[in-house]
Design a protein. Structure first.
Length: 129
């Protein structure tokens, strides 16, 4: 009984720390605003001016963009070769900067639209003779 109580307490403590690390990250239904915030955190980390949860948010950004790109490459957009995370992030950020009216849209849709504009599949469809 005591062992179960200890394990339960430790699980709650671990859960509270993990949720604190991502307190500022909307992981349930992220939007373009979240992508902008995560990207800003990543830029602060890369410049050495990070604060608070910036490192965690930078990882959230990297994981989210990487996941959407990996899942949709060859389906809704097509790259000739593997695109780096840095390049994908730059494409997404440019799309967000150019389309601030779309920041309320779901993050996955924004990433997909950004990549589709930069890497449309029709450019790589072989022409029939």
């Amino acid at each position: 009984m005591m062992k179960m109580l200890f394990m339960g307490t430790m699980s709650l403590i671990a859960l509270s720390f993990s949720s604190m690390a991502f307190a500022d990250a909307n992981l349930t239904n992220p939007t373009g605003e979240d992508l902008v915030n995560w990207d800003n955190a990543a830029k602060r980390v890369l410049s050495g001016k990070q604060a608070g949860d910036d490192s965690d948010l930078a990882w959230v950004s990297a994981g989210f963009i990487s996941g959407i790109v990996s899942a949709n490459n060859g389906v809704t957009f097509c790259t000739k070769s593997k695109v780096s995370l840095l390049q994908s992030s730059a494409v997404v950020r440019k799309y967000l900067d150019d389309n601030p009216g779309k920041w309320k849209e779901r993050a996955g849709v924004i990433i997909n639209n950004a990549m589709s504009e930069s890497f449309p599949c029709y450019e790589y469809i072989p022409k029939r003779n």
